[in-house]
Design a protein around this ligand. Structure first.
Ligand code: SF4
Length: 721
């Protein structure tokens, strides 16, 4: 008799955190069903949630450790691979802990991420641990921590349904966070006005009551001018400013020069439109700001974020339902990765490395059985700095857990050179990704549906996952792999030994006061719990900053900010500004491009180019063109459209065969958050002289043989001159 069971889980794609049930037939995952009782998605899912399970049982899952010799992978036993990694990590970290680095996986459960940072800190003695938030919401963490004292979304997702006015800037959530986008529609049905600001006329812009197109990277100039209008007209909330904030006068002085005319010239928005935006935002009883990577992925991303905070504090739009500053976090567990201390400056629960008492507490907590942990109080290297250090020969070993920087980091050529320059690259993965192909050692890991644990969504909701099937034979649980490496490096087993993910979460609760009240019984419900959750009798509500901000003095801090704009500007040689995005059917590539249904929807990449820019180059819709920057060039099909501003082009970042990041710039980054400028680099696009056949199928299996996997995209584009 066929056995069917349903196992509750959380979607592994975006930070909305939708609830699903795995459908399990005879011990194998065969489908998913949206969880009707889930408070976020209420029985609905987007295509990624619906079909994104199809990668799980693919034949190209990694099941054997691989060691590279003379440029070729060979299979190895777990013992051999673990010893090789442990010995190298020990050798190098004994010589200098700053020469090893760790990328944690923001797609993995919290428990695995906690163990990654523990392996770095306890076994290697380094603070060099980071993750992909650095190049998505690093500016949110830095910017909101500076202004509000906490770098997270201020309200729960449902709060948006109570807003009167929604100022959505740099967020195409109808594609990138579709079930949050559904809440915007519900808010509109409740009477809210939705205003979307974006250089592209996105699907989110298409549902807006008002759409404002503006120049990439000019957010601070726009919001400074709005603030000036609000102050000039006396629309600010004096009481809120007086009792709950500081730094107002300095900020007020700085915005004085941002006249409507000046801001109009910078942003490309008409002066009267800026004025109208300011008046409407300030006049609404409950105004909410929603933003995403359009705000953060700039060389001044933290300033952009702090501008949104200035606007909210100025008008008292914080600490109430229907208001707030609401960054939509990218990956499913990127919030959790920050919370777990996969940051070079923070331990778990945002406890600061540079605070000597905190570091002494962790040194003491992690020491014992004759083993002494002695961590420095100097923050380690960020993800971008680790890659640069590798490039310069200053980092010898990099341990990458489930990330794919060859696809996702700026400037692919620079990334590949950096990885090749390491003495050892270790990649712990489910598939032989583009990054894993560069590794010296590949460790096969269990994936989504094959382990217990928790994810934390963008609204700080910590939710339980359950194991629905066994990992493929030969793949290990991530935390077990890292536990074995730590012990082989000489950490006494009692200091690094767990029987279950729940046991790891109990340790997390001990180390992170913001999660102390999250016991398993309270967590394992569809509603789950939001942090801060300091005690088991705390209701752990999603709304933050109700009566005071998270700074020690309880005050929010205005920031005086100047417009900076993109570092790399256009010129005659490179006259178009490239922005990069995600699309509805893909989330990076390693998982969604292995899902047949999703891959069939969009098989390869494209460059969106304005009709006038295309006409000027003789480019017709669908033809393969050459796009090039100072870093490299790609061939890519053109999508000619009026939905993008003239002078701006856009490439979705998922497709390695025409990778946007071949063109992007890793040199210019935000000094406050170390974010690289992924949303703006100068490029040129030109017609190709010849007919081009373009293949989207690029993946390889574990033995370096090209596979014609049935699920992989193979696109042929034939165009004449
Ligand atoms: Fe998954 Fe995000 Fe889609 Fe929800 S909205 S189903 S979390 S990808």
């Amino acid at each position: 008799m066929v056995e069917i069971k349903y196992v509750p889980t959380i979607c592994p794609y975006c930070g909305t955190g939708c609830g699903l049930n795995f459908v399990v037939k005879d011990g194998k995952i065969v489908g998913v069903e949206p969880l009707k009782r889930h408070p976020v998605n209420e029985g609905k899912v987007c295509p990624k949630g619906n079909f994104g399970y199809q990668f799980i049982n693919r034949e190209d899952r990694l099941t054997t450790p691989l060691i590279k010799e003379n440029g070729e992978f060979r299979e190895a036993s777990w013992d051999e691979a673990l010893d090789l990694v442990a010995n190298k990590l020990k050798e190098v970290s004994d010589e200098d802990p700053n020469k090893v680095g760790f990328y944690a996986c923001a797609r993995s459960p919290n428990e695995n991420i906690y163990i990654t940072q523990k392996l770095a800190r306890v076994a290697c003695g380094t603070q060099n641990v980071d993750h992909c938030a650095r190049i998505c919401h690093g500016p949110t963490v830095a910017g909101l921590a500076t202004t509000f004292g906490s770098g997270a979304m201020t309200n729960g997702f449902d709060s948006i349904k109570e807003a009167d006015y929604i100022f959505c800037i740099g967020s195409n959530n109808m594609e990138a966070h579709p079930l949050f986008g559904r809440k915007l529609i519900q808010a509109k049905q409740n009477g809210a006005k939705l205003v979307v600001l974006d250089p592209r006329f996105t699907p989110t812009a298409k549902i807006a009551d008002e759409y404002v197109q503006f120049e990439t990277g000019t957010d601070v100039a726009l919001m400074n001018a709005m603030i000036k209008v609000i102050i000039d007209r006396g629309l600010q909330d004096e009481e809120f400013i007086h009792y709950r904030t500081k730094g107002f006068e300095e900020m007020k002085e700085t915005v004085q020069k941002y006249t409507l005319d000046m801001a109009s010239e910078i942003t490309g928005i008409k002066p009267e439109v800026i004025e109208h935006l300011a008046i409407e935002y300030a006049s609404a009883d409950k105004a909410a700001i929603v933003y995403s990577l359009g705000i953060t992925e700039h060389s001044h991303g933290a300033d952009n974020v702090m501008s949104t905070a200035n606007l909210a504090m100025l008008t008292g739009n914080i600490g109430r339902q229907g208001t707030g500053v609401n960054p939509l976090r990218g990956q499913n567990n990127v919030q959790g990765a920050c919370d777990m201390g996969a940051l070079p400056s923070d331990y778990v629960g945002y406890r600061k490395v540079k605070d000597p008492e905190t570091t002494a507490w962790f040194n003491d907590y992690y020491s014992g059985y004759g083993y002494e942990v002695n961590l420095p109080t100097t923050p380690g290297l960020t993800l971008v700095e680790m890659m640069n250090a590798a490039h310069a020969g200053d980092l010898k070993v990099l341990y990458i857990h489930g990330e794919d920087p060859v696809l996702s980091d700026a400037d692919v050529q620079h990334t590949k050179e950096a990885l090749a320059n390491l003495e050892m690259l270790v990649v712990q993965e489910c598939f032989l990704t583009d990054t894993a192909q560069c590794a010296d050692v590949v460790l096969p890991a269990a994936g989504w549906g094959e382990q217990e644990g928790t994810f934390t969504s963008g609204e700080r909701r910590v939710q339980c996952l359950h194991k629905a099937q066994e990992p493929p034979e030969g793949a290990w649980l991530d935390w077990k792999i890292m536990e074995e490496i730590a012990v082989r490096m000489g950490v006494p087993r009692p200091l690094f030994h767990y029987e279950s993910a729940e046991e790891i979460f109990d340790e997390i609760r001990e180390c992170a006061p913001i999660m102390a009240g999250m016991n398993r019984e309270r967590l394992d419900t569809p509603e789950a719990l939001h942090w801060p959750c300091p005690s088991e009798d705390d209701p752990c509500q999603p709304l933050m900053h109700k009566e005071k901000f998270a700074h020690p003095d309880g005050l929010g801090v205005f920031q005086a900010l100047e417009h900076k704009g993109p570092v790399e500007t256009v010129d005659d040689e490179y006259p178009l500004l490239l922005t990069t995005t995600r699309i509805l059917f893909h989330y990076h590539a390693a998982m969604t491009r292995r899902c047949e249904t999703l891959s069939n929807e969009v098989k390869t990449g494209f460059i969106e180019i304005n009709t006038k820019d295309a006409e000027a180059r003789g480019i017709i819709n669908g033809e393969v063109v050459r796009a090039f920057s100072r870093r490299g060039e790609i061939a890519i099909p053109a999508r000619v459209t009026d939905d993008i501003r003239e002078g701006i082009v856009n490439i979705p970042m998922h497709f390695v065969e025409c990778a946007a990041n071949v063109l992007t710039n890793s040199d210019s980054f935000d000094p406050k958050s170390k974010m690289v400028e992924l949303k703006a680099c100068a490029i040129q696009v030109e017609k190709l002289d010849e007919v081009v056949e373009m293949k989207g199928e690029v993946y390889k299996d574990g033995t370096d043989t090209e596979i014609k996997a049935e699920n992989m995209a193979t696109t042929t584009v034939k165009v004449g001159k």
